[in-house]
Design a protein around this ligand. Structure first.
Ligand code: GLU
Length: 445
């Protein structure tokens, strides 16, 4: 890493102790930015990096709620409003027991660059809670969401901060959150949240967008080598919203998707995953992947273990951060891997990324490859602002255009900085320069 940047990075780490994922995300971005600072000394003079690593505002709050047995429960809520140089803070809410300030900051930091890459007018933010939705009834989820919004409402707004979903937060949760916001504020402010239901201000394609976008990005990377997804053997991790829609899109492009996972284990279905059955189990019944094997013949369910033990030509990590390490990366590379598209945020460890890059694997980092979700959130905001709703075909066409645009900008930036095919460099520099220019233009804020 460039020595000038290393000094700034060390200060950031010392000021934010114990936040390992945030340190990782910051380090990974700083490693790409040396050459940009050679060309743009004004970024150093303007303390852009120091400002960028310090969130504009961080909110931590108590979330008290009552479970079905009448017991009082206390969780912790977070919203980190990281950077609003390009637009209102924008990013999801994650409900998962692993959520803490460091996780929210890593996600919020990544979101700044991701959102810049989309070309849409959105800043970066993230939030969530250490609440564990697993095994909770609808009524408990509703009471939790209502309590969460009872604090959050005062910090958000269509021109201020626009939350959406992430792990553990989907259409059901956004509905309860929106209802409570409306009740407290007495405003039908559609643009305050995205990922809404289609009959009350949501956008078609938003549920599919992250997974579809990841696959479109992977296809664009493959095209640069005269390849395509058609006929590839694809392994996906996760079985939530991103994973399911990535599987569906990869299949429409002719890929054979043979495996996916949940936190208990993974399935191998050599005939190709039955997306309708997967949706029924995961989205309708909110069940476990084990059920899939029980209901379909010739499927292997592996309890525990890692889906990255399987061979694939294309890997789509769509579960969570740091799920694919250096050893797994090396094994995949040995066994014929061509491309990786990150549907999750920072699913590959720094070791894994190094292995992929050394081997010349096409590697699409999350902040570029999974930007289709937030980009379609921005399309939802656009529809809300004009009180319009677009067709599926039109919205999907916009998503495709945006993903191809992100791919091409990352590739062009990597070329410009002398490292063709390095999408990590292209994404980090491409996102950073846009935000840095806007920050300098807006003065010392
Ligand atoms: N949580 C998603 C992400 O990681 C989507 C955020 C949004 O739609 O605002 O980008």
């Amino acid at each position: 890493m460039d020595a000038r940047l290393e000094a700034i990075r060390d200060t950031v780490l010392a000021r934010n102790p114990g936040e390992g994922e945030f340190h990782q995300a910051v380090t990974e971005v700083f490693e790409s930015l040396g050459p940009v600072h050679d060309r743009h000394p004004e970024f150093l003079e303007g303390a852009v990096l120091e400002r960028l690593c310090e969130p504009e505002r961080q909110i931590i709050f108590r979330v008290p709620w009552v479970d079905d047995a009448g017991r009082f429960q206390i969780n912790r809520g977070f919203r980190v409003e990281f950077n609003s140089a390009l637009g209102p803070f924008k990013g999801g809410l994650r409900f998962h027991p692993t959520v803490n300030l460091g996780i929210v900051k890593f996600l919020g930091f990544e979101q700044i660059f991701k959102n810049a890459l989309t070309g849409m007018p959105i800043g970066g933010g993230k939030g969530g809670s250490d609440f564990d939705p697993r095994g909770r009834s609808d009524a408990e989820i509703m009471r939790f969401c209502q309590s969460f919004m009872t604090e959050l409402y005062r910090h958000i707004g269509e021109y201020t901060d626009v939350p959406a979903g992430d792990i553990g937060v989907g259409g059901r949760e956004i509905g309860y959150l929106f209802g409570q916001y409306k009740r407290i504020t007495n405003r039908y402010e559609s643009g305050v949240l995205t990922g809404k239901g289609i009959s009350w201000g949501g956008s078609l394609v938003r549920p599919e967008a992250t997974g579809y976008g990841t696959v479109i990005f992977a296809e664009e990377m493959l095209k640069t080598r005269g390849l395509s997804l058609d006929g590839q053997r694809v392994v996906v991790s996760g079985s939530g919203n991103v994973a399911i829609n990535a599987i569906a899109k990869a299949q429409t492009l002719g890929a054979s998707v043979v495996a996916c996972s949940d936190s208990s284990g993974y399935i191998v279905d050599e005939a190709g995953i039955d997306v309708a059955l997967l949706r029924q189990i995961k989205e309708v019944e909110r069940g476990r992947l084990k059920e899939y094997a029980a209901r379909r013949s010739a499927v292997t369910y592996v309890d525990g273990g890692s889906v990255w033990d399987l061979d694939a030509t294309v890997a789509l990590p769509c579960a969570t951060q740091n799920e694919l390490d250096g050893d797994a990366a090396a094994r995949l590379v040995r066994n014929g891997l061509l491309a990786v598209g990150e549907g999750a945020n920072m699913p590959s460890t720094r070791d894994a990324v190094a292995v992929f890059q050394e081997a010349g694997i096409l590697f699409g980092p999350g902040k570029a490859a999974n930007a289709g979700g937030v980009a379609t959130s921005a399309l939802e905001m656009q529809q809300n602002a004009s009180r319009d709703s677009w067709s599926f075909a039109h919205t999907e066409e916009r998503l495709t255009e945006i993903m191809v645009g992100i791919h091409d900008r990352c590739a062009a930036t990597a070329d410009e900085y002398g490292d063709p095919g390095n999408y990590v460099l292209g994404a980090n520099i491409g996102g950073f320069v846009k935000v840095a220019d806007a920050m300098l233009a807006q003065g010392l804020i």
